[in-house]
Write a protein that binds this ligand. Structure first.
Ligand code: ACM
Length: 617
């Protein structure tokens, strides 16, 4: 059932935003001085742009101000408007291509930048310092520029499909926090999502799977003859529209076609592409088709891997990348390369013959051969290759860029070999992980709290920072069936990552970030964008010492008081307050109930840990 959007009282929101001097921007700008007074927007306010390249941002700003204020703000070329968007006549070298200065006084608002991208980011900061009805802005002087050139978010649209309008909304949301890269995971075992005109079965067959309910990964296999009715794909017309929409927001789209593993949807469409050529392979509806052995090794029970020894596979990829290269103007195409199971290669006569011919003895090396071939295809289309860090294992192609996801080690090795790297480790940047108390949050096998996201520094010690292009948050969507939940999983952790990737490291401050996060919550309430309040839920751990269970609790957000009961009463701020670790009393099964308060009001969820839950911690 879809929830109705509940917009809180306008009065509460305006009051919260209306206080002078309350400037709250995410990501925190590099330099900021507060002024006195404020600029007041009027019906006759005009926005000017002094260079034709600033026109589009000026018009976007006018539209946003009109929608919020009800005014009709005029836009014209020139440099005398009460709101000015100016391109620097002399390049300000501190600002680079994305930086800006923003000056707000009682008389005017001036955003200056070397390039239109800077005007766009200046606009985003301006909109964040205005109250939701955008009729005023507090006086301030900002000089701001990003720490990294790659500030990305990845959305997986294979495990669950998101519509064109949802993808555009997501792009608009991330652009608001100065992300500049949208990594679009377009293909995987659970759906092929992009029309390739020369390979129509990819979307006739590969975009659809049988309907299943329940936890992704534990679902029933397709039955013989069962119709595949769930899914969807983007037509090339849709893709062009989304690319243009992203460009208008200074976002580069990096499309990913994940090969040679994770290819079950392509194989369901064209079974001849895999070693087993099994015509019964179907687009996977979320079954358990792999076994994981806890040490990173695994087995795929269904063949989901392209055959590296078959020239037909490279002809297939040439067609795919030809069309992709025409659709996406960015310099990079992501070719996946992760979690590629080699068992079917091992058993295949063609792969064995190829290994002999290449003089290689380990089947893993075939992936190096495959990636080299793919890189050559991309070069003929004028594109550069990015892959997940597994592409390092088989001898990396000299020009490949690496996305380090299994921790940061792959990124460190790649940077030491002189490759460009994007840091996106599970430990700091996996937005599909649970963000709060695991008995409350929707289930997943791992967790990642906001504070951990906020502590992420993409440049590891001892690595030349010039090789670290930046970082990225990844939203895998096995457990994300609807867009509202994609928002819930992205925010506020995406804000923490935005600050990790933009703000000078010495300007980051957790307590201040939480304050700004809470103000952003109000903005989200106003705009109806979903988010998680997990930072108000205490972190509870339990340790067994001798025969006793010792409970420890802490709060992620500052200023919380934690109350608990051990006697089946509902906790409130009259219950015992948590001060220090305590023992679970012996003599019978005990349930722990916990709630956090702030300023005398409940702030988080009620957490109930059964005797069994406590035992498992
Ligand atoms: C990945 O998470 N398999 C890149």
């Amino acid at each position: 059932m879809k929830k109705l959007l509940v917009i809180p009282s306008l009065f509460i929101i305006l009051t919260a935003f209306g206080q002078a001097g309350e400037i709250s921007i995410i990501p925190q700008p590099a330099e900021m001085q507060l002024g006195t007074g404020s600029f007041r927007l009027k019906g006759r306010t005009t926005i000017t742009y002094d260079n034709p390249s600033g026109k589009a941002v000026a018009e976007m700003l006018a539209l946003k101000l009109d929608q919020a204020s009800g005014f009709t703000i005029k836009v014209k070329e020139g440099s005398r408007g009460a709101i000015q968007l100016n391109i620097n006549k002399e390049v300000n070298s501190r600002l680079g291509t994305e930086g800006y200065t923003l000056s707000v006084t009682s008389k005017n608002i001036i955003i200056s930048a070397n390039k239109p991208a800077g005007l766009f980011y200046g606009m985003q900061s301006l909109l964040q310092i205005m109250p939701p009805e955008c009729k005023c802005a507090p006086a301030v002087n900002i000089t701001d520029y990003p720490r990294f050139p790659w500030r990305g978010i990845m959305l997986d649209v294979s495990r669950n499909f998101f519509t064109k309008e949802e993808v555009k909304k997501y792009i608009d949301e991330i652009a608001g926090f100065k992300f500049n890269t949208f990594h679009w995971h377009l293909t995987d075992d659970n759906g092929w999502r992009i029309e390739i005109k020369s390979l129509p079965k990819l979307t006739e067959v590969g975009a659809w799977r049988v309907a299943r309910a329940g936890h992704f990964g534990d679902r029933d296999n397709p039955k013989p003859g069962e119709p595949a009715t769930v899914g969807g794909f983007y037509t090339q017309e849709d893709i062009r529209e989304i690319v243009k929409y992203a460009q208008e927001r200074f976002i580069t789209i990096v499309p990913e076609v994940d090969v040679p593993g994770h290819s079950m949807a392509a194989i369901a469409s064209y079974p001849e592409l895999c070693c087993t050529k099994n015509p019964d392979i179907k687009v996977n509806p979320g079954t358990a088709f792999s076994e994981w052995y806890g040490d990173g090794t695994f087995k795929m029970l269904v063949d989901n891997t392209l055959n590296p020894s078959d020239e037909k596979v490279y002809e297939f990829l040439d067609k795919v990348f030809t069309e992709l290269a025409q659709l996406f103007p960015g310099q990079y195409i992501h070719v996946g390369g992760d979690e590629c199971y080699k068992g079917y290669w091992e058993a295949d006569a063609g792969c064995q013959a190829l290994m002999k011919k290449l003089g290689i003895t380990m089947v893993e090396q075939l992936q190096g051969y495959f990636v080299d071939r793919v890189e050559k295809i991309l070069q003929t289309k004028g594109k550069k290759l990015i892959g997940w860090d597994e592409i390092l294992e088989a001898g990396i192609s000299p020009n490949a860029t690496v996305m380090s996801w299994r921790g940061i080690q792959g990124g460190i090795e790649a940077a030491k070999l002189g490759h460009y790297v994007i840091m996106t480790p599970t430990s700091f940047a996996y937005l599909d992980y649970q963000q709060g108390e695991k008995t409350i949050e929707p289930p997943l096998y791992s967790g990642l709290r906001l504070r951990k996201c906020y502590s992420f520094d993409p440049v590891p010690e001892g690595v030349d920072s010039k090789y670290i292009l930046g970082g990225q948050g990844n939203l895998w969507t096995e457990q994300i069936p609807e867009f509202r939940h994609a928002e819930y999983m992205t925010w506020p952790r995406g804000w923490a990552l935005a600050e990790d990737f933009w703000t000078p490291i010495e300007k980051k401050n957790w307590n201040d970030f939480v304050k700004r996060t809470e103000r952003q919550f109000l903005r989200n309430d106003y705009s109806g964008i979903n988010y998680s309040k997990a930072i108000f839920d205490p972190i509870i751990s339990a340790k067994k010492t001798d025969d006793k269970t010792l409970v420890e609790m802490s709060a992620e957000a500052p200023g919380l008081k934690i109350y608990y009961t051990l006697d089946d009463q509902m906790p409130d701020d009259h219950s015992p307050e948590y001060i220090k670790p305590f023992e679970i009393p012996a003599g019978g099964p005990v349930t722990l109930r916990v709630i956090a308060y702030r300023d005398g009001k409940p702030a988080g969820h009620l957490i109930t840990l059964s005797p069994d839950d406590l035992k498992k911690r």
